[in-house]
Design a protein around this ligand. Structure first.
Ligand SMILES: C[S@@+](CC[C@H](N)C(=O)[O-])C[C@H]1O[C@@H](n2cnc3c(N)ncnc32)[C@H](O)[C@@H]1O
Length: 260
């Protein structure tokens, strides 16, 4: 064992150095611990803020969630377009009568949602003339390319194609006087959301027509009562219904206007 003989002065100096060192170490540790706590709390608050949106945003999210449907839908048609061009279809579906009922006239602005080959689009374009517009909306880019070529070939420069989203036709606000979903509703993945957006695109007194056949949703049709219920949930009121379209293998033609 090594004996160190320190003078009282030296001992005092050593003690002073050790206690200062110890105090500094203790203080730094405490500061670091405090900083750590504060950072954790701040991070937690920031995460909480990001996870819990404002009350207004919560209402929008809640509405979007409640607008989601949980019933089956049919896979969107991707086949040959010639099936929509049967020459007998004019006789069976009476497009002029459909357009009269929807108030489509010269100068009108019309949306054909789920336009397919553009069978209805071109008929509406001829009726609205150069002063009007027909928006051919579809989620299938190839079909829209076909409609664009067709419009050029038939000299119908008032046709505009829109590549819509499954829940949004991407129409401008208050841009249309009439909308038709012909044999399309049963394919729409999120119809209530799509109709809410359609509602925003409709001018005052504009009408919405839905032509489809009865079915379970995944069998190329959807029961009329389900369509009425969902369309009403999207903010529309049923104003009339017809069945003269039946010869074209459909069951109903429903006409809605925006609820007040
Ligand atoms: C059975 S076809 C009917 C075509 C046309 N309306 C007719 O009867 O001649 C349905 C069309 O709706 C389109 N479609 C499906 N879901 C859609 C959606 N959410 N928005 C727009 N178009 C949609 C499909 O791509 C397809 O062209």
């Amino acid at each position: 064992m090594i004996q160190v003989n320190e003078s009282p002065e030296t001992r005092f100096i050593h003690r002073f150095i050790y206690s200062s060192l110890f105090r500094n170490l203790f203080l730094s540790g405490s500061i670091l611990a405090l900083l750590g706590c504060a950072t954790t709390r701040f991070t937690k608050r920031a995460t909480d803020a990001a996870a819990s949106p404002s009350p207004a945003a919560s209402i929008v999210i809640a509405q979007q969630q409640s607008d989601a449907i949980s019933r089956p839908t049919s896979k969107p048609y991707t086949g040959e377009l010639s099936i929509f061009e049967d020459p007998k279809r004019d006789e069976r579906l009476q497009p002029n009568r459909i357009m009269d009922i929807l108030g489509i006239k010269e100068g009108s602005s019309v949306a054909d949602i789920g336009a397919g080959s553009g069978w209805f689009t071109v008929r509406a374009a001829r009726r609205v003339g150069n002063g009007g517009t027909v928006y051919a909306v579809d989620i299938n880019r190839d079909y829209l390319d076909y409609i664009e070529k067709r419009a050029k070939g038939e000299d119908l420069s008032n046709i505009h194609v829109i590549l819509g989203k499954e829940d949004d036709p991407l129409l401008a606000e208050k841009s249309v006087d009439a909308v038709l979903l012909l044999k399309t509703y049963h394919e729409v993945a999120q119809p209530i959301r799509l109709l809410r957006k359609t509602h925003l695109a409709m001018r005052a007194s504009a009408l919405l027509g839905i032509i489809d056949r009865n079915g379970k949703g995944d069998d190329h049709g959807l029961d009329k009562e389900v369509v009425i219920k969902e369309t009403e949930r999207a903010g529309f009121v049923l104003v009339n219904q017809y069945d003269f379209v039946k010869p074209d293998s459909v069951d109903y033609f429903l006409v809605f206007r925006a609820a007040d």
